[in-house]
Design a protein around this ligand. Structure first.
Ligand code: PLP
Length: 341
């Protein structure tokens, strides 16, 4: 238990909440949280539409109903204005994702949730180290969930933060845990999380392959093991020491591309974690020309209006400068090719 206890202590200090519990992944943390809140089928949980399919799937699998709401096209986050249009008498909670590490709009959404008596859940999977109005993300909402495989290279792991009692979520985790299943999940998660490290290339190949072969919306993505392991905690601990220097490097990359391309907007009251770089295009055609030109762009997300005009790439702190410059070159080249058609 030594590394898990140390990790809990470290996360408490970093995020500033009284309670931290560890899980096998962020999605499994969400699952246990929705179960703990005892939501039923008629209870609606607002989730942004521009997100990895696993989050709405997990909400539904836990027994509630996920309601997809479009994000603001420049910040890629939910806004109070967008959420308001989808509120019903059954709305119980909002999951606010700090997309690519950007906390823009969280306090506005918090005020809306307070006004309507809704539970606010922060998804900080991509955003540890970010702040809004000086407050660390993960400590702003009623509850927060985190993934140990988005900003860190790991074989799995997730966490839940709150100043409220979350011991019931931990009990649910312990009851559902199937230890043997961990060995199926570990390799999958390791390869996926290499996106963020030196192993970017095999990870990208695997994810491209999976996306072309499988309709990810149909795959149940929940882990069957629910507990975080000592190895996951150990790997997270070492890398958390490097997080601030990684964020500094990532911020530099973001500021560089900001000069040449249209990218995510971050309000002045927000300090992002800059986990991914994004590139906005006027239409799908130009976007696809850029994707064809550069291996390092990630596969486009289908199914949302904003997804068709956007491409993103890991803001990998180990990427040499020529890769970052290459994104801007491919961006400009795509516009030139499109205009000369
Ligand atoms: C914003 C966000 N939250 C949560 C998750 C799920 O995290 P995990 O793989 O730890 O379940 C993902 C990606 O899968 C994500 O993009």
């Amino acid at each position: 238990m030594v590394f898990k206890q140390k990790l809990i202590k470290r996360l408490k200090k970093r995020v500033g909440t009284q309670n931290v519990e560890l899980f096998s992944s962020c999605r499994n943390a969400i699952f246990c949280l929705i179960k703990m809140l005892d939501f039923k089928k008629e209870d609606e949980v607002i989730v942004q539409s521009f997100i990895c399919d696993t989050i709405p799937q997990t909400v539904n699998e836990a027994g509630a109903t996920a309601i997809a709401v479009d994000v603001d096209e420049s910040t890629y986050n939910l806004s109070a204005e967008k959420i308001k249009k989808h509120l019903t008498k059954n709305t119980k909670a909002v999951i606010f994702v700090h997309t690519y590490g950007n906390p823009t709009g969280i306090h506005e959404v918090k005020a809306l949730c307070k006004e309507h008596n809704l539970i606010l859940i922060e998804d900080v999977a991509q955003a540890l180290g970010a702040k809004h109005l000086g407050k660390p993300v993960g400590s702003i909402a009623d509850y927060a969930v985190y993934s140990l495989t988005k900003q860190l290279v790991n074989i799995g792991g997730g966490a839940m933060f709150s100043n409220n009692d979350i011991s019931k979520a931990a009990e649910i985790r312990d009851q559902l845990h199937k230890p043997a299943r961990a060995f199926i999940d570990y390799p999958k998660r390791l390869i996926a999380s290499l996106y963020d490290g030196y192993g970017f290339i095999p990870s990208k190949w695997m994810i491209d392959y999976a996306r072309n072969r499988v309709d990810l919306k149909l795959v149940l993505a929940l882990d069957r093991h629910f507990k975080c392991s000592e190895v996951e905690a150990f790997l997270s601990l070492i890398q958390l020491y490097l997080l601030d220097s990684s964020i500094k490097r990532r911020k530099r990359n973001f500021e560089y591309i900001q000069k040449y391309v249209k990218t995510q907007e971050i309000e002045t009251t927000a300090d992002s974690a800059y986990t991914y770089l994004s590139f906005r295009f006027p239409n799908k055609e130009v976007r696809d020309l850029a994707v064809k030109d550069n291996f390092y762009f990630l596969p486009p997300w289908k199914g949302t209006a904003i997804g068709d005009k956007l491409i993103f790439a890991p803001n990998n702190p180990y990427f040499p400068n020529f890769i970052i410059r290459g994104f801007c070159k491919s961006y400009r080249k795509a516009f030139n090719q499109f205009n000369s058609k």
